[in-house]
Design a protein. Sequence first.
Length: 89
Amino acid sequence: MKKYVNAKEVLPESLIKEIQKYVKGQHIYIPQTERKDWGTSTGIRDEMEQRNEDITRKYHGGLTIAELATIFNLSEERIRGIIYERQSD
């Protein structure tokens, strides 16, 4: 979780006074206008894509769904989902 930022550090005084008319010292959340896709900033999306390619490759190489579930510590249902998703691509 990110730390709070004091409004005085990022907003002009006139805007702070206007906001204070409505919030009076409460904490507020101001959402981002642009959001990155899930996992792009941490790299996890690429890691999962690589993992899923590896699962599919090993499945086509002869490993069973049960073996893949054990190797990748996923449920057999999730392994099936990954394989079927990649077949439809």
